[in-house]
Design a protein around this ligand. Structure first.
Ligand code: URA
Length: 278
């Protein structure tokens, strides 16, 4: 059956549909040996030989769904011109190529999903699903309620107002406060820019939850496979057979950062919780 090339590429688990379009436009995709650069182009995966960077697509590969606790200092990309460490460098022993669902900044840490199931990744990233992501942010000095309230209600960024968020003060220290910020948008550097907009200086940023999935006790640099139930629950739709979920294995990598603020957090002020949502 003829299908759009970007759909075929993402179904083969190479990358998301949007990133597949970039591969096509960059001239990295060929059908039966002929480079195709037009986005509307179609092919028949059962008859045509489709290659990305000269490598033929494989179908019916085992679907992998991974939760990684990304340490700071790793880039959420499959290659980097500056030779910086890649998040995929941490996935020792993973049987197939997986790619990140969305991104975290180089210095942001915490929960990152990776998969080779393009359709699942597309569903998660689609704005229609509005999956809530929660971050813990260590900010320099003391926050005041008005700053949290402004972030909760929405702040003006260069790409428009942010949607209402849930913002909490979770811990107050000598030098720094920790706040939690839950958003369902996925704009570039959104939490950092929201903090900047209310004059908060970010010292550390960690994603601790993605929808129903919490980072839990996974240490920095470790990863685990999602269970089939987690895969289904996140996307809200039936997943393809998940072969990788059974082991529930945690592969230990080096743990560059010891602190785990989500385990230490406790409300310190009764007035520190703000929700801009109605
Ligand atoms: N918001 C940010 O500012 N950075 C991230 O990496 C994720 C969310």
């Amino acid at each position: 059956m003829l299908e759009r090339l970007q759909k075929i590429i993402s179904a083969a688990g190479i990358t998301s549909r949007r990133a597949s379009e970039a591969l096509i436009l960059n001239g990295q995709v060929a059908v039966n040996g002929i480079i195709v650069t037009e986005l509307g182009s179609k092919a028949d995966p059962s008859k045509d030989t489709i290659t990305v960077d000269g490598k033929a697509l494989k179908f019916n590969v085992q679907r992998l769904y991974i939760l990684l606790n990304k340490p700071p200092g790793y880039i959420t990309a499959l290659k980097d011109g500056q030779g910086r460490p890649l998040v995929t460098d941490l996935l020792k022993g993973v049987a197939d190529r997986v790619y990140p669902v969305g991104r975290l900044d180089y210095n942001t840490e915490g929960l990152l999903l990776l998969t080779n199931d393009g359709e699942w990744a597309n569903r998660l990233m689609h704005p229609r699903h509005e999956i809530e992501k929660e971050y813990h942010v260590r900010v320099r000095g003391k926050v005041v309620d008005q700053q949290l309230m402004r972030m909760a209600e929405g702040v003006e960024l260069e790409d428009g107002m942010t949607a209402p968020a849930v913002v909490n003060l979770v811990k107050s220290g000598e030098q720094n406060d920790w706040i939690s910020v839950a958003i369902h948008e996925g704009r570039n550097r959104q939490v950092r820019r929201m903090c900047e907009a209310v004059s908060l200086s970010v010292v550390r940023l960690k994603r601790i939850r993605y929808g129903s999935l919490a980072l839990g006790t996974l240490r920095a640099g470790q990863f685990r496979y999602l269970t089939e139930a987690e895969v289904r629950e996140l996307s809200g739709e039936p997943a393809k057979t998940v072969h990788a979920a059974k082991p529930q294995r945690e592969v230990r990598q080096t743990a560059p950062r010891p602190a785990r603020p989500e385990n230490q957090t406790r409300p310190v002020r009764s007035g520190g919780k703000f929700s801009g949502r109605r």
